[in-house]
Write a protein that binds this ligand. Structure first.
Ligand SMILES: CC(C)(COP(=O)(O)O)[C@@H](O)C(=O)NCCC(=O)O
Ligand SMILES: [Mn+2]
Length: 921
């Protein structure tokens, strides 16, 4: 196995620096000294500068998301008087546009759902267009999307603080949605504007909305909204439904084609039990007057509690055995085993009060609250199950304000359903349960096209808030709306004085559930149980499922399961440890200005707060995998307008690698086919060492220049690798015995890092495939992530490489990658059929990992003709997709640059390599 300790020692001895041999393993740096690169890099990082004079190859501007909207604060300025307490802020370049707002105004909470749309910024990119044509993607055969990309935001307010809610709507101008921006900017009044709302408050507060915002409330039927909201969530959100038993939350995969019929139990003040048969098809089949209102009302009378949350919190410390009559109380401490009742089963809620001869004051409020909670939850669970039985329904979903994500309540209901159904039925809960009504009201707007969206077109992300319409803050001061505005807004408003966007208190822990008392007596219930517990939904209609997945339903991108607390803690510590370094890089990438420093600080706080929140409740935003954490880091950087923190590093490594490429190609060309294939795969593995996301690798970079490290890594590539299917791959490619060589029609190469990784690793492999007559599509990130190469950067890199290589040049021309040649193609003066094409497509994401359920439509189109997939790097082939099965041949290549992952995944050690070949399944 490759042992990098040896590499380090050798580098330290510096024994290969002065070698004058011209082979690629020893090539001298003919342009610039690599040492100079490293030193300059270090100097620039120290000085916090170094970006101003660093243009990417070809001078491309920084690519900003075309599919994932961003708040554009460039040119942000305070309008008017700086001394004002809450001055208006103008974001002149912000093009986000709020289109719809809907409300559910309940007795205790107001729930808001609103949509921020992002204008499509057409990228007039001829290369992209030509490649699309090559891949047979034209606007003619693309479906047109009824809904534009954007984000759905979920926000809650307490009803008794309705003025805060109105301020919020006003300052973000959410009620102006649907109006033409120019009308709104010109100050045309809003008197015909209408907001959809449901819940009792839609009636009660209609006048207030008219008075304060000048808008009319259009009331929507509550039950219709509930069902529409539930149907949307269950069909469109992957990790929406979950079971909750004995404190354990498990997401349930719902097949959208097998959703109906189901039972929806809405536990509000009273309880409605609804049989749902389809969209808009439902019937309220039952209900009970013993619901959340009963718990709160009785609780208030019996304990003098002032709020529902306070009452719930009391229950957390309760022991209902002091007040409930248990089976054991009747049977002298024994079980009534003949009919299956344990001694701890509640025989009669509050039954002990009959014989105890005590007054109300003699009972602890905590015990009363718990007894009440269990009485009501069991009753609801039982009645629901009986109704499910009555209609032969297998699924019961519970929602409504009574549940509000409270672990013990969910456990109690779950226990009741399980108990009465003898384990044949399970209660399920919805993560957005508090928003069913508001979502339903939102769905009632016509022509938003949301109902057509599919699971893969929705990406739930960590809440980052939402931008202001048109870039302005309007109206009254926002006050302390911490979790309701975006981090960037807070940053603009309050500098770095920001606090967490998410509840930070420990969650309400749960007990054993069932008929036992909560084991968490004395534990704390989340004091802000009514606060937001969902992410922001990004609607990206252009995403598709990767068509070459063998079984998309069984596909799970993440290899590492972060529901294992040990794993979560480890990765939490690793990512927290990376933070100071990352902030330095990010700040330097923006010129090291004061503004960049403040943003860097704000980024660190935001990211740490998110990490802390997820440590506390890993499933808060759906199932959590390592890929999500790594993506969160990138998203957070973008939120604070660090669009490419590793830009200068990438640039430098590209230049150094391009300088030695000709020698490498020469050496490769002197080999026979079999040796060549091995050297090429070896080269990919060796060059994957350039990974700025790995602490161990970054430490290594201090010990040598780029080319030194590359050479050492190559020299240490000894087979067998820890996972080594190279022979099978070789046999597939070159044939063996009776087996004929297989010529793939099209290969998709999921490339990873910039510099040596792409230039000395993946490009030479691509070239070999092209030489064999296989079309090659380089699949790269849409947005920067660490030092990964992006699709935007690749054409320039290929063009540089093509200067040294005819195969690459002809293929790049044929693929429309070389702009000059492309002009000729359009003139009809070059015969592009002389070579198979080399193309570039973006993968649709901005993360070091890839979830193949949600890729760009270009990639999905390119995949249709492909019969070989090569996934490269730790993020794309180990953290995600290590276990993915494909309908075509698949090769996974990576160097493992993390000791713990090496031990866990391949029972090896750091710097071991993986070459996993899996023929089409
Ligand atoms: C972020 C990465 C997945 C990137 O690896 P790559 O895909 O570039 O091979 C990898 O650097 C990683 O898992 N780092 C873990 C943190 C560490 O070992 O320090
Ligand atoms: Mn990478």
């Amino acid at each position: 196995m490759a042992n990098l300790t040896e590499i380090q020692q050798t580098i330290a001895k510096n024994d290969c620096l002065n070698d004058s041999n011209t082979s690629f393993n020893n090539t001298k740096n003919n342009n610039k000294s690599d040492k100079d690169f490293v030193e300059r890099e270090a100097r620039e990082q120290r000085e916090g500068g170094g970006e101003q004079d660093m243009a990417p190859i070809g001078g491309n501007p920084i690519h900003r998301s075309s599919s994932r909207p961003q708040l554009d604060v460039s040119g942000a300025a305070i309008q008017g008087n700086f001394e004002e307490r809450d001055p208006t802020i103008l974001l002149p370049n912000q093009s986000d546009d709020i289109s719809h707002l809907a409300l559910d105004i309940g007795g205790s909470l107001i729930k808001l759902v609103y949509f921020s749309r992002h204008e499509d910024r057409p990228v007039n990119d001829r290369i992209k267009k030509t490649i699309k044509e090559r891949l047979g993607i034209s606007n003619g055969n693309r479906r047109s999307y009824p809904v534009l990309g954007g984000r759905l935001h979920f926000v809650k307010f307490e009803t008794n603080k309705i003025n805060q809610c109105l301020d919020f709507i006003s300052s973000k101008q959410l009620h102006c949605g649907g109006m033409d921006a120019h009308l709104w900017h010109s100050g045309v009044s809003n008197e015909n504007a209408v907001i959809k709302a449901t819940g009792g408050g839609a009636y009660k507060y209609a006048d207030l909305f008219k008075e304060r915002l000048g808008v009319s409330i259009e009331k929507e039927d509550e039950m219709n909204c509930l069902v529409a909201g539930a149907n949307f969530l269950l069909k469109a959100i992957r990790h929406e439904a979950f079971t909750h038993m004995e404190g354990h939350k498990a997401f349930v995969q719902i097949d959208q084609n097998d959703l109906f019929p189901y039972l929806l139990v809405n536990v509000g003040s009273g309880v409605s039990i609804i049989k749902v048969d389809g969209d808009g098809k439902f019937q309220r089949v039952s209900g009970t007057n013993v619901g959340g209102g009963t718990y709160w009302g009785l609780g208030k009378l019996l304990t003098k509690c002032n709020s529902f949350d306070e009452l719930l919190e009391l229950s957390q410390r309760g022991d209902n055995r002091t007040i409930d009559m248990l089976v054991g109380d009747i049977y002298g401490g024994m079980d009534y085993s003949k009919i299956g009742l344990s001694a701890s089963t509640i025989a009669s809620s509050f039954g002990k009060a009959i014989s105890d001869n005590k007054d109300l004051e003699d009972y602890r409020s905590e015990d009363i609250s718990l007894s009440l909670l269990r009485m009501i939850s069991y009753n609801i669970g039982q009645i629901s199950y009986l109704n499910a039985l009555r209609f032969g329904l297998k699924r019961i979903f519970f929602g409504g304000f009574f549940i509000r994500g409270h672990a013990y309540t969910m456990d109690t209901i779950s226990f009741a359903v399980q108990f009465w159904s003898k384990g044949t039925s399970q209660a399920m809960f919805l993560r957005h349960e508090g928003f069913l009504g508001a979502l339903g009201a939102f769905m009632s707007y016509e022509k938003h096209g949301l109902d057509d969206l599919m699971v893969h077109q929705l990406v739930e992300r960590f809440p980052m808030g939402a931008p202001y319409i048109g870039g302005n803050v309007h109206g009254p001061p926002l006050g302390d709306l911490n979790e309701k505005i975006s981090w960037m807004e807070k940053f603009i408003l309050k500098g770095t004085e920001i606090t967490a966007p998410v509840p930070m208190a420990p969650p309400g822990t749960t007990g054993l559930g069932g008929f036992e008392v909560p084991s968490s007596r004395g534990g704390i219930l989340r004091p802000d149980a009514s606060k937001l517990n969902v992410g922001v939904l990004h609607l990206v209609p252009t995403l598709e499922v990767f068509p070459l997945l063998a079984d998309p339903k069984m596909y799970e991108p993440n290899t590492i399961d972060l529901s294992d607390p040990g794993e979560l803690e480890y990765w939490f510590t690793v990512l927290s440890g990376h933070l100071p370094d990352l902030v330095d890089k990010a700040v330097a990438s923006e010129g090291g200005t004061d503004d960049a420093k403040r943003r860097g600080d704000a980024f660190a706080r935001a990211f740490s707060a998110h990490l802390a929140r997820l440590m506390e409740e890993p499933a808060a935003y759906g199932k959590l995998g390592l890929a999500n954490l790594l993506e969160l880091r990138e998203e957070c950087l973008r939120e604070f307008h660090f669009f490419d923190a590793y830009r200068s590093i990438k640039q430098r490594e590209n230049e150094a690698s391009l300088a030695v490429l000709p020698d490498l190609l020469m050496e490769i060309d002197s080999m026979d086919e079999e040796t060549r294939l091995l050297k090429l795969v070896e080269g990919v593995l060796a060059a994957n060492i350039f990974d700025w996301g790995s602490r161990a690798c970054v430490d290594l970079y201090h010990k040598g220049t780029i080319i030194e490290i590359y050479r050492m890594s190559r020299n240490k590539m000894q087979r067998p690798w820890r996972v080594d299917n190279f022979d099978a791959f070789k046999e597939r490619m070159l044939g063996f015995g009776d087996k004929k060589p297989y010529q793939h029609k099209r290969a998709l190469l999921f490339v990873d890092n910039s510099g040596a990784d792409i230039i000395l690793g993946m490009l030479p492999l691509a070239r070999e495939l092209l030489r064999r007559g296989t079309e090659v599509v380089l699949v790269a990130n849409s947005l920067p992530a660490l030092n990964d190469v992006t699709a935007m950067e690749l054409p320039d890199i290929v063009a540089e490489a093509a200067k040294h290589c005819d195969i690459l040049r002809r293929a790049a021309e044929a693929g429309g990658l070389l702009v000059d040649a492309m002009i000729n193609i359009q003139d009809g003066s070059i015969d592009s059929s002389s070579s198979v094409p080399l193309m570039v497509v973006e993968n649709g994401c901005g993360s070091p990992c890839i979830d193949l359920r949600q890729v760009s439509s270009e990639l999905a189109a390119a995949a249709k003709e492909a019969d070989l997939v090569i996934l490269e790097g730790m993020g794309r082939s180990l953290h995600t997709n290590f276990n993915a099965k494909f309908r075509c041949d698949a090769l996974k290549l990576a160097m493992v640059k993390n000791q713990r992952l090496a031990e866990k995944l391949i029972k090896g050690s750091i710097y071991d390599c993986v070459c996993r070949f899996e023929p089409a399944s």
